[in-house]
Design a protein around this ligand. Structure first.
Ligand code: ZN
Length: 487
């Protein structure tokens, strides 16, 4: 009864908490916008080409997601005992942490590998349209680096969970929430310095009209911009992007060289003004606040779902007196789920032999072999939280556009800029049907047609002449393809 209901209650509570946190953290100001006819800004050929590229890419992404989810579910339900089950015996907490770390690293690596062929397929299509550049060798080395990073992340999470389960068998999720919040804050600070250099080089923006313009925009915004860096994104893509990362002393505004080298200064300044809004409103910290707010209920839900998904011979009180599992074939089908209290006399007590049956029900720690199920549960929690995060992000992005329209020297430059990146990124400016629904659920940015509508509404509210609504000519170098992002 409770056992089967609890995961559902946990999911519902998480969705509510995420929606509530996003509602509290979202900007109060609601920028003006008005509907536009996408046909006035993009030709039907441009839109058709974008859809022909984007829809199969989205389908590939969904299949990749299904492959990863299937792999994760399979590992959660039938974890190969020889890999982790046998290493969980022994009294030392260190062994449990090591086994949990190994399980975490193995699960993240296997899950990533399961979607790799689809990632390669997706990249091949991007290469064909001119969006992805750089050699396959560079792509492979990127994959190796990101896989290694994921494995390290999986090990930290798996080891951390296993360690906390030993110390706090039933309430490990509470310290885990504190740990996850602290780790996110630390990573948010260190990522620009430690992780971003693994995937590209940056250097300070050189003297020139762009830098001068940036300082003028910063003055108008009343916000010191700090470091402005240019990254060598053109080694990998023709897409255009810019972003703010880090906080405190690690904060920086990064412009991809595809933007700073390929777009008119007034359009780049619009993007800089947009990023400056993120700086002024501390949007990096806002995201951290969102994570901190949902971490307790999210980790509680993860624990509840993970418990239900943990194979019974790994987590079940009721199995305390069973004989030890001896191999993969002994891992029982989880069936209806685990115990209500996540306690287990399971592997730790039974695999080692002498302690079997001794651990009092309700106090013994779940075995590290429950880590795969907990990682799978964490993925589900991440998934149900994603729409609220995306909603919060879209409200923040709308405000950043609105600020940029006020701070940029030429607000009307926003329109040709978005027209340009839509062509370059082969983006769909006004998605329809399933793409629209998916966008509403998961897009971190409003659709481009809406963003252009904000520029039009802003010009009208300021009594400025409305920029002409004329489609851009296809860029000669991009005639067959495109790229883009944050903005
Ligand atoms: Zn932004």
């Amino acid at each position: 009864m409770v056992r089967s209901d609890r995961p559902l209650i946990a999911v519902a509570a998480t969705v509510l908490a995420a929606g509530g946190a996003a509602a509290v953290l979202r900007p109060v100001r609601r920028p003006v916008r008005e509907p536009i006819d996408p046909g006035s800004y993009f030709t039907s050929g441009q839109r058709r080409r974008a859809r022909r590229y984007r829809r199969p890419q989205a389908a590939t992404g969904l299949v990749a997601f299904a492959a990863e989810a299937g792999t994760m579910a399979a590992l959660a339900r039938r974890w190969p005992a020889p890999v982790v089950g046998r290493t969980t015996g022994g009294p030392g907490g260190l062994r449990a942490v090591t086994a949990g770390a190994g399980a975490g690293a193995a699960v993240t690596t296997a899950v990533g590998a399961s979607s790799l062929p689809l990632a390669a397929l997706s990249r091949r299509r991007a290469v064909r349209v001119g969006l992805a550049t750089g050699s396959w060798a560079l792509w492979r080395s990127d994959v190796v680096r990101s896989t290694a990073l994921s494995a390290v992340g999986g090990a930290v999470v798996g080891g951390g969970v296993a360690g906390m389960q030993r110390r706090w068998p039933t309430h490990w999720w509470a310290p885990a929430a504190a740990g996850a919040t602290g780790l996110s804050a630390l990573l948010g600070f260190l990522a620009p310095v430690l992780l971003e250099p693994l995937f590209g080089r940056t250097e300070p923006l050189g003297e020139g009209p762009l830098l001068e313009g940036i300082h003028e925009v910063a003055e108008r915004a009343g916000t010191p911009i700090g470091r402005v860096l240019v990254s060598d994104a053109s080694r990998r893509t023709t897409a255009v992007n810019a972003y703010v990362s880090g906080y405190g002393r690690s904060r920086r505004v990064v412009l991809w060289d595809t933007l700073s080298d390929g777009y008119p200064v007034e359009q780049v300044l619009f993007v800089v003004a947009h990023e400056l809004s993120h700086v002024a409103h501390r949007d990096v910290l806002r995201n951290l606040a969102f994570l901190a707010a949902i971490a307790p209920v999210g980790l509680w839900a993860t624990a509840a779902i993970g418990r239900a998904w943990t194979p019974r011979d790994v987590a079940g009180d009721d199995l305390a007196d069973r004989s030890a599992p001896t191999g993969p074939g002994d891992v029982a089908d989880p069936g209806g789920g685990g115990p209500d209290h996540g306690a287990a006399a399971g592997v730790d007590a039974s695999v080692g032999g002498p302690a079997a049956g001794r651990a009092p029900a309700g106090t013994a720690a779940p075995a590290p072999a429950s880590v795969p199920a907990i990682l799978a549960a964490g993925s589900v929690v991440g998934l149900v939280v994603a729409p609220a995060m995306a909603w919060l992000s879209r409200t923040v992005e709308r405000r950043a556009d609105d600020d940029a329209l006020r701070w940029a020297p030429e607000p009307a430059a926003m329109i040709p800029f978005f027209q340009g990146i839509v062509l370059q990124n082969l983006a769909d400016p006004a998605p329809r049907g399933p793409s629209r629904l998916l966008g509403r659920l998961l897009s971190t940015h409003p659709p481009v047609a809406e963003r252009i509508g904000a520029a039009v509404a802003h010009a009208r509210s300021q009594g400025r002449p409305l920029p002409a609504a004329v489609p851009l000519a296809d860029r000669p170098t991009l005639a067959h393809g495109p790229p883009a992002t944050c903005g």
